[in-house]
Design a protein around this ligand. Structure first.
Ligand SMILES: *Cc1c(COP(=O)(O)O)cnc(C)c1O
Length: 420
C-alpha cells in the first residue's frame, strides 16, 4: 500500500475547513458511502450482523439497517438503541441478538419482554434465562480455547479470556439448556478484534468441531467479528473471498451431515465503520519541549482513547489553511488538552511517546485523526468535564449533525447538590 497522505483538504467531497466552521471542533465526521462499501464487501455471507458497540449512534444504526445489516448488542441500552433505530425485536432471522457473558437485571428483563435472541456466553446465563423463558431458542458463544487480537486487551478467546463458554463445557451446557427446555439452534465464536487470516481460519475448524458435538439442532453459525482494518501501511489484511470460501465449505459439510440448511453469519464492528470516521481537531498550541515539537489539539483521550488504551496507531493529517499539500514535514508529537500526561495521540503500547512525520503547521490550522469510526466516539468520556463531541454524517454530499455537542446542562444532568 502507498503511504497514507499526511495532508487532507476534504472529507467525502466537503472541505474540512467548512465542516469545522459549521460544526466546530473537535467533531467526528462519518462518510456513509464508506460504510455501505464495507458492508457490500461482505455480501457473500448470508447475514452480516453489525456489532453495534463499535459506533452506536442511532443514525449509523438506521443507515446499516436500511443497507441490510442485522445487529448484535451487548447491553440493555444497546438493545434499546437498536429498537429505537427501527430494528424489530423478532423475525425469522433474528434482527437483534444480545451477546454477553452476563445478564444484568435490565438486560434480562428486556430480552424476556421482547423475545430477543440471546447468545449465551456463560452457563449461568442459560440458567437465568431458562428460569424465566423456558421453551425459547438460544445460541451459545463458545470460547474455542484460543484467541487473537491487535492487543492483549482485544483478545477474546483462550483461557485468559472471560468471554464465551469454555469449549470443553459445551456438552454440559447442551444438557443444561435441555433441562430448561431451551433449544440451542446456533453457535457463535468471536476470538478477538483486529485479528488475522490464520486465526480466523482456526475459528472455522473449531466451529465445525463444536457444531458436530451439538448436532442437527444447529441451524445457524456465526464466525464473529474481528476482521482487521488497515490503520497503517503494513497492517495485515484478510482475503475476504478466501475467508468466505473457508467458512462456506465448513457450513456445507455441516449441511451434509445434518441434512438441512445452516445459515452463515459474520459479525463485524470495526470493519464496517472504522475507515468511515474522522475526528476533526484544531491545533491550539505548537511548542518545543527540549528537542521535541508538540502540536496540541482541542481533542483528547476523552474523545478518542484507543491510543492510551492500546497504543493504537491512527493516521493523522494536517489541513493546510493555504491549500499547500506539499509542505515540508517534521517529526511531531500530537497531544490533547487533558491534565494527564498520557493524553498523547502518537504513543506506542506501554505509553511510550512516539513522533509522527507531519507537515509543518501553525496554531489555528486543523488536524484530522483518521480511521476514527470504530471504538472512538463510543469510548468517549466526560473526563476533565469536557463535553462529548458532536457527530456528523455525510451522505450524498450533505453533512448532517447526528449528535449535537453536549452542553454543560446535559453534562451535569442527573447530579444533585445538597440543600444549602
Ligand atoms: C466486539 C464484538 C464484535 C465485533 O468485533 P470487531 O473486531 O469490531 O469486528 C463481534 N461480536 C461480539 C460478540 C463482540 O463483542
Amino acid at each position: 500500500m502507498p503511504p497514507l497522505s499526511t495532508s487532507r483538504i476534504e472529507i467525502a467531497g466537503i472541505p474540512v475547513a467548512e465542516l469545522a466552521r459549521q460544526f466546530g471542533t473537535p467533531a467526528f465526521v462519518y462518510d456513509a458511502a464508506m460504510i455501505r462499501r464495507r458492508l457490500a464487501d461482505l455480501r457473500q455471507f448470508d447475514h452480516v450482523r453489525y456489532a453495534e458497540k463499535a459506533c452506536s449512534n442511532l443514525a449509523i444504526l438506521v443507515l446499516l439497517r436500511r443497507a441490510g445489516a442485522l445487529v448484535d448488542t451487548v447491553s440493555g441500552f444497546e438493545i434499546r438503541r437498536a429498537l429505537a433505530a427501527g430494528y424489530k425485536a423478532e423475525g425469522k432471522v433474528p434482527p437483534i441478538v444480545y451477546t454477553a457473558d452476563i445478564f444484568d437485571t435490565h438486560a434480562l428483563e428486556l430480552v424476556v419482554a421482547h423475545n430477543i435472541l440471546v447468545n449465551c456466553g456463560s452457563p449461568d446465563m442459560i440458567d437465568q434465562y431458562g428460569d424465566l423463558a423456558p421453551g425459547r431458542e438460544i445460541t451459545l458463544r463458545i470460547n474455542p480455547g484460543f484467541g487473537h487480537g491487535h492487543s492483549q486487551k482485544t483478545n477474546t478467546g483462550g483461557p485468559q479470556s472471560k468471554h464465551g463458554i469454555w469449549h470443553e463445557q459445551l456438552p454440559d451446557c447442551l444438557l443444561k439448556a435441555g433441562q430448561h427446555d431451551l433449544s440451542v439452534t446456533g453457535l457463535h465464536m468471536h476470538i478477538g478484534s483486529g485479528t488475522n487470516m490464520e486465526h480466523l481460519a482456526q475459528v472455522c475448524g473449531a466451529m465445525e468441531t463444536a457444531a458436530r458435538q451439538a448436532g442437527p439442532s444447529i441451524r445457524s453459525i456465526s464466525v464473529g467479528g474481528g476482521l482487521p482494518v488497515v490503520y497503517r501501511e503494513d497492517d495485515p489484511t484478510v482475503d475476504l473471498e478466501a475467508y468466505f470460501e473457508l467458512c462456506d465449505a465448513m457450513r456445507k459439510r455441516l449441511e451434509n451431515t445434518f441434512g438441512h440448511q445452516v445459515s452463515l453469519e459474520i459479525e463485524p464492528g470495526r470493519y464496517l465503520v472504522a475507515e468511515s470516521g474522522y475526528l476533526i481537531t484544531e491545533i491550539r498550541a505548537v511548542k518545543h519541549q527540549g528537542a521535541n515539537l508538540f502540536y496540541l489539539v482541542d481533542a483528547g483521550f476523552n474523545n478518542l482513547p484507543r491510543p492510551i488504551l492500546y497504543g493504537a496507531y491512527h493516521p493523522i493529517s494536517i489541513v493546510p489553511a493555504d491549500g499547500d499539500t506539499n509542505r515540508p514535514e517534521t517529526d511531531v508529537i500530537v497531544g490533547g488538552p487533558l491534565c494527564e500526561s498520557g493524553d498523547i495521540f502518537t504513543q506506542k503500547d506501554g505509553g511510550f511517546v512516539a513522533t509522527r512525520r507531519l507537515p509543518r503547521a501553525t496554531v489555528g490550522e486543523l488536524l484530522v485523526i483518521e480511521c476514527a469510526g470504530a471504538y472512538c466516539s463510543v469510548m468517549g468520556s466526560n473526563y476533565n468535564s469536557r463535553p462529548m463531541a458532536p457527530e456528523v454524517l455525510i451522505d450524498e454530499g450533505q453533512a448532517k449533525l447526528i449528535r449535537r455537542r453536549q452542553t454543560f446542562e446535559e453534562l451535569t444532568a442527573g447530579e444533585s447538590m445538597p440543600d444549602a
